[in-house]
Design a protein around this ligand. Structure first.
Ligand code: ADP
Ligand code: MG
Length: 319
């Protein structure tokens, strides 16, 4: 049976991880942005891992080696930030081609270290081997105070749904590259995670939090599935940048589709009770309200031009 016949990436993960086991120190195993493990009296250890594969996550036609290193670090940092945490220590495993030039790796590592420096991350190890395509996998450790740890499962009916920054820029850039069109590319080639300070400020007021790796539709669905809720997203309220709107015009496409089903924006999606809105705004204001969490029976919908439409699947490597 092929992976797409059972539904795709997430159905596969569910199938192969059924007997992964647990113990009382595991606050959250598989199913969130990071694994969360109790570590001493008043601290949780966070662990995440993310991979970039040549011709799937990046093409050497478009990415400089430094941009690959940066994007790998930013995508992992983003998962720690989405728990309310502080990123700390990284391990890098890579599969290189036999004829790889050392200058390629100098460039890759310069990008990786630049991003690591920005987020206070230290590289502590890894593994090196060879294969037919480049594969880079980063494992990142971090920590969070239990009171600030924000899980996908913490949303409550009545919560507002908010997103930081703007969405859809990474996909807009990718589509321009795929169609060989000129336009704005930094959101795709050099995306940045939110900072630890942003994540912590939000964590003080939010219930659930997740980062945008597969598109807003997919991330809200993850929150709802883990929290046992429904949700309503108002499509016209999704924040788009002027460059994303301009790219969509060039591509004759809908920029909201990029935001909902594209991904790799590494912004944060969070839910919070209405009463906390003012307090959060006084310390962090780069966010937009895009909908609300509803009881599970209401389902998960996008309101487009006043009409309910279903949420489609986000990016899936196997569908
Ligand atoms: P994110 O987009 O936040 O990085 P993913 O969608 O990649 O998260 O993964 C969702 C969850 O599934 C995470 O808890 C991750 O650790 C887990 N996961 C992904 N692939 C595997 C795998 N091959 N084996 C076990 N767990 C996995
Ligand atoms: Mg994530």
């Amino acid at each position: 049976m092929k992976i797409k016949e059972i539904g795709g990436e997430f159905e596969l993960i569910n199938r192969v991880t059924k007997s992964s086991g647990s113990n009382p120190d595991i606050i959250c195993g598989i199913g969130d942005d990071c694994a969360v493990i109790r570590s001493g009296e008043n601290e949780y250890q966070l662990i995440t891992t993310d991979m970039m594969v040549e011709n799937d996550h990046f093409s050497l036609k478009w990415f400089t080696p430094a941009q690959i290193g940066k994007k790998l670090m930013e995508s992992n940092v983003s998962d720690i930030i989405a728990m309310g945490g502080k990123p700390e220590y990284a391990f890098l495993s890579m599969s290189l081609k036999r004829d790889t030039e050392v200058e390629f790796l100098d460039g890759f590592y310069s990008g990786l270290y630049e991003s690591a420096g920005r987020h206070g991350v230290l590289l502590l190890g890894g593994d090196t081997t060879h294969g037919t395509e480049y594969v880079f996998n980063l494992t990142l450790l971090g920590r969070v105070a239990p009171s600030l740890c924000r899980l996908r499962s913490m949303a409550q009916p009545g919560d507002l749904i908010a997103v930081t920054g703007t969405l859809g820029g990474s996909t807009a850039g990718l589509k321009l590259l795929l169609k060989d069109k000129e336009g704005y590319l930094p959101d795709h080639l050099e995306p940045r995670s939110r900072t630890r300070e942003d994540g912590e400020a939000i964590a003080h007021h939010a219930h659930a939090m997740i980062d945008v790796s597969d598109g807003l539709g997919s991330e809200v669905t993850h929150i709802c599935n883990r929290s046992n809720t429904g949700a309503e997203i108002i499509m016209e309220d999704i924040p788009l940048s002027a460059t994303t709107i301009a790219s969509a015009q060039i591509l004759n496409a809908d920029p909201y589709e990029f935001a909902l089903y594209g991904g790799e924006d590494f912004e944060l999606v969070f839910t919070l009770p209405e009463k906390s809105l003012g307090e959060l705004r006084s310390v962090f204001s780069d966010f937009t309200l895009v909908g609300k969490i509803t009881p599970k029976e209401k389902g998960i919908h996008i309101i487009k031009n006043g009409e309910k439409t279903p949420v489609l699947k986000g990016y899936d490597h196997f569908s």
